[in-house]
Write a new protein. Structure first.
Length: 255
């Protein structure tokens, strides 16, 4: 019998009016500790056994909680991926801000933010491809582009807004382009993440090199956009971004 249909499973465990995945739970110290314990246990088992071979029952047993309690915080095993997104994004933001402190060069700040993500995610690289299979499904609520992923994505986009606003480039950019840029920098991060998932070099050396070489190029293109001769191209690019790219990204969490 599948975990989700067992007595005390997801449907029995979710109180009326609660959002799935643990997003609307009361945030008491005890509930946050239990939620963190379940997530930590899941991440460890995913590393040891692989994502596909790890069940919610196994996670609950290892964490020392009931299966029903595990489902109370996470509607299904897949929602642990969402919990992973949330935690990783928060850790990345804290780490990147600390590394960027006192730096004003835009290219340097951007590279720091990207390298920080790769470093924060290092412990999870071994089973990242298993997550990618789920996240790559465009119909999945666990895609990084989905409405359900909005909280984690908003945190990341805000970080890239700080990458720009804390730099010496910010006052020189067209205001409309500056408003769009954090979303575009987040998309740059998604390209880095995709490369990182498939990188099998020791300590993901090629991903670090990819960031090191691609960041100055991206910074130069953005810097050139402020010159009058490039304004028509910038306007065309901005139109394409607004009409075709941003509408595909979920902007809010579903009610």
């Amino acid at each position: 019998m599948d975990d989700a249909t067992e007595p005390g499973g997801a449907e029995a465990a979710l109180p009326a009016g609660e959002l799935p995945g643990g997003r609307a739970r009361p945030k008491t110290d005890k509930s946050e500790q239990t939620r963190a314990l379940i997530l930590e246990t899941a991440m460890r088992l995913f590393q040891e056994r692989g994502y596909d071979k790890t069940t919610m029952r196994a996670i609950a047993t290892e964490a020392g909680v009931s299966v029903g309690n595990a489902y109370y915080y996470f509607e299904s095993k897949e929602f642990l991926i969402q919990g992973f997104y949330d935690r990783m994004t928060g850790e990345h933001a804290v780490d990147a801000r600390a590394r960027m402190r006192g730096k004003t060069d835009f290219a340097e700040r951007l590279e720091i933010a990207l390298v920080s993500w790769v470093d924060c995610a290092a412990d999870y690289h071994e089973f990242a491809s298993q997550f990618f299979r789920t996240a790559a499904d465009p119909t999945s609520s666990l895609s990084p582009f989905s409405n359900e992923s909005h909280p984690a994505r908003a945190t990341a986009v805000e970080l890239f807004r700080e990458v720009l606003t804390g730099s010496d480039l910010a006052p020189k950019l067209d205001a409309e382009l500056a408003e769009l840029l954090p979303d575009l920098l987040w998309l740059h991060l998604m390209i880095v993440v995709l490369y990182w998932v498939f990188d099998r070099t020791p300590d993901t050396e090629r991903t670090h090199e990819f960031v090191r070489r691609s960041t100055p190029m991206a910074a130069r293109v953005i810097n050139l956009s402020r010159y009058r001769v490039f304004r028509p191209i910038v306007r065309d690019a901005k139109g394409l971004i607004q009409d075709f790219i941003l509408p595909t990204i979920g902007r809010t969490q579903k009610p």
